[in-house]
Structures are given as structure tokens and as C-alpha cells.
Design a protein around this ligand. Structure first.
Ligand SMILES: C[S@@+](CC[C@H](N)C(=O)[O-])C[C@H]1O[C@@H](n2cnc3c(N)ncnc32)[C@H](O)[C@@H]1O
Length: 241
């Protein structure tokens, strides 16, 4: 039986959720916490009957929904608290998330100094957190690819969209030397491209069975580690129990 309700955490402007429109249940809700995107998401999703609830996981770990509210929870590149996701999912529901690995695009640190803001975001850690929250992981996968930027202006525009990937004091003037070095290294087509993005995905399924976990009666979950973006690396699938 298909899902009767779905939640999209951190929907952005709703662009990716709208790509799934044909598959979404009538009872679909989205959250968004970044002020510039809240009206964008509300305007694009309300036309399709999808309410947007203002919520920022990094400011408040508690999801503004009652327990067992959703059959499916989606989360693409948004922070989440695994125990909270589990709480709002009904038994038998599924959680599917894709996260950008904290080691993503290390060339930025090589260029500008500093360290990743999210060193703990790894597939291993997310899977362990899911299990600790009461999920059971069914499958997880990692994918790695390359960024290529046509020129430095494009690179700077990219950083404007992901300010958390550059130092807080980043500006073109302040980091002009590093940006010029990047052009020198890249020749006519500067592309600080090496090993870079590394998103990982975890899909969780909540089973209807109840089981014992750490001596307390808990709902039992399985998590399926699924292919993300067509890669085949690092698949580890556990059978459902
Ligand atoms: C990376 S976005 C992903 C949005 C959506 N799920 C998608 O896949 O397109 C995750 C969250 O970051 C927010 N966000 C985007 N740009 C931001 C910025 N410059 N500062 C803070 N948050 C930002 C988005 O509005 C969204 O809530």
C-alpha cells in the first residue's frame, strides 16, 4: 500500500519536492527554516496543497508534529535529529535522507584554511545515530564525484550559495590571493576540482513489530541503505528482521 502522508524536511524553495509531485500523497507537508526560502516554498508548494511549516532543526531539535504523524519522511541536505524523525513516523513508515558528507570539497580548506564545519557528518556516523535512535539500517551508500568550475567567477558564485563551506570572513577582496592562485594552477580554465562531493544516503523503515532494545520496549526499525545517485560504492544491505 502506498504512503498516505509525507514530510519533506528543509524543502528549500520546494523545487526538488515538486519534482516528485506525481508520487506524493495528498497529505504532504514541508518544513523550511531559512527565512529567504520560507515565502518561496510557501508560494510554490501551496499551489499544490502542500503546507510549509516554519521550522529550523538547528535552532530547535523538536519537530513541530505529533508522534506517528507521517508514513514517509524525506530529507535532502537538511539537518535532522534521528530520534525526532523516528518519533513523528508511524510504525511501518520510511525515512529517506541524502546528506552531504562533512569532508565534502576539501579543496576549499586547502585554499582558504580552516576546517570542515561538519566533520561528523559521515555515512558511518549517520548510520550509527539512526541505530542509536531506534532505527535499523537497511542500506546506505556513498557517492563521490568531482566539481568543475568554468572560471573563478563561477566558483565565487557557488560559494555565495553555500557560505558554510568558506571561512566566515570570506570575501573576494580578502581572499583575492588564494583565488588568483587558483587561476594560476588551473591555467585558462581554472577548476579547483579534485576529489570533492561525497553525499551519503540512509533510508530507514520502521517495522510494525515491537522488540526489546536496551532493556526497554521500543518500536523496532530497519534502515535500508540504498543506492544514491546511481553509485555502487559501499553498499551494505541488511535483511529485514
Ligand atoms: C541545502 S538546502 C536543501 C533544500 C532542499 N531539500 C533541496 O534538496 O533542494 C537545506 C536547507 O538549507 C537552507 N539554506 C539554503 N541556503 C542557505 C544559506 N545561505 N544559509 C542558510 N541556510 C540556507 C535551505 O533553505 C534549506 O532549508
Amino acid at each position: 500500500m502506498g504512503a498516505g502522508s509525507a514530510l519533506d524536511l528543509g524543502t528549500g524553495g520546494g523545487e526538488v519536492l515538486l519534482e516528485l509531485l506525481d508520487a506524493l500523497p495528498g497529505d504532504t507537508v514541508a518544513t523550511e527554516g531559512w527565512p529567504p526560502n520560507i515565502p518561496v516554498a510557501a508560494s510554490s508548494l501551496s499551489a499544490h496543497g502542500i503546507p510549509v511549516v516554519e521550522y529550523d532543526a538547528e535552532a530547535d531539535p523538536l519537530l513541530p508534529f505529533p508522534e506517528h504523524r507521517f508514513d514517509v519522511v524525506l530529507d535532502r541536505h537538511e539537518a535532522y535529529v534521528a530520534a525526532e524523525v523516528l518519533r513523528v513516523m508511524r510504525p511501518g513508515g520510511r525515512f529517506l535522507t541524502q546528506q552531504v558528507d562533512g569532508r565534502n570539497f576539501p579543496e576549499t580548506q586547502a585554499m582558504f584554511g580552516g576546517q570542515s564545519n561538519y566533520p561528523d557528518i559521515t555515512l558511518a556516523n549517520l548510520s550509527a545515530e539512526a541505530v542509536a535512535a531506534g532505527f535499523e539500517v537497511l542500506a546506505a551508500e556513498e557517492w563521490q564525484g568531482q566539481y568543475r568550475f568554468a572560471d573563478v567567477a563561477t566558483l565565487v558564485r557557488y560559494f555565495a550559495h553555500v557560505p558554510w563551506e568558506v571561512p566566515d570572513d570570506f570575501s573576494v577582496d580578502r581572499y583575492a590571493r588564494q583565488l588568483l592562485d587558483c587561476i594560476t594552477r588551473g591555467g585558462s580554465s581554472p577548476s579547483p576540482s579534485g576529489a570533492s562531493t561525497c553525499p551519503c544516503s540512509v533510508q530507514a523503515e520502521r517495522l510494525r513489530k515491537r522488540g526489546q532494545l536496551e532493556g526497554r520496549t521500543r518500536l523496532r526499525w530497519t534502515v535500508q541503505l540504498l543506492a544514491c545517485g546511481g553509485c555502487g560504492r559501499g553498499a551494505a544491505v541488511k535483511d529485514r528482521q
